[in-house]
Design a protein around this ligand. Sequence first.
Ligand code: GLY
Length: 372
Amino acid sequence: MDSTTDIVVIGAGIVGCAVAYELARRGASVQVVDDRPAGMGATQASAGVLAPYIEARHHWPLAALAALSLEQYDTFVADVSSASGMDVTYRRTGTLDVALDADAMNGLEAAALDLARRGVVAELLDARAVRHEEPHLTGDVAGGLFISTHGFVAAGELTRALATAARRHGAQIVEHSRVKRISRVGDDLAIETARGSLTGNRVVLAAGSWSGQIDIEGVSARVPIRPVRGQLLQLAWKGPTLRRVIWGARCYLVPWDDGTLLVGATVEDTGFDERTTVAGVRCLIEAASELVPDVSAANFTSAKAGLRPASGDDLPVIGASSVLPGVMYATGHYRNGILLAPLTAHLVADAMLENVMDPMLELTRPQRFGEL
Ligand code: GLY
């Protein structure tokens, strides 16, 4: 395996594939390298919820980045579907954040006020209105917060479509190759894998939870990304399902057109352990049944687990290495990799191909974690 390319992207998850597609679309010669097929890391266990004003509402810089990325989503999905010739399930049916008691309702009221101050439209609903919107919800519901701009996307379909679209623009995807080290050789960078070396002018490090395991010449402090396991259930539902994403204190539910219901997700510090567990499955089933009692009658189809790549401050790590020129980080997207994919792809492509450094990159600088 010996070849030279403009840009080598390490990692074929949603972020690596989105970056590769954008770079290739703009004319760069690109190789993507991973030890697994596209989308088999954190991406394969993602429910694809697109909800900046839930996931990140307590972390405003992150919510602002995520909201910008969400604005790009219609175009992103349309372009990728057309470039790949593949359908991608994508819905903007909103989210309903549900409170089961007065305390939780106070929290939603405070969130609604804060969002209104920031100009975000979010509608508080009382218990009757929530049950009218979603008749399957428990009778114990106290109220809810409806955010119409939110939605969900099929993360696996999107990642496979991005990989195909990148290929159609000339990118190559190199599988079964775990990257160990990046080093300088003359004017180029050598990307050493267990099966040989690739050579590129530049490298994007988008290896998710595994980003800190790659040795970069001259960098002593590895990028501090830790894996946070998320388990997810797939249930087959009989009869009319939910209308939109339901978000509760202990789980969220994503209804698919085919009657499938995804239930996510645990948040576990268990290192590089990608197993599903009895405790994880039980916890999600209990949480889902509390919100929607009919869940108990659904078929249990499968459970999955993925490792979210968490940085120390929950913001992603996007930006150039200050130690090894030509290396750019695009990692640490934690709970928002799917949501932040279009924005990340544009930031990286603008920086690498146009030398345009968006001011947003100040927030995501790798150097906030040391000499990287
Ligand atoms: N973005 C949802 C999760 O990480 O569980």
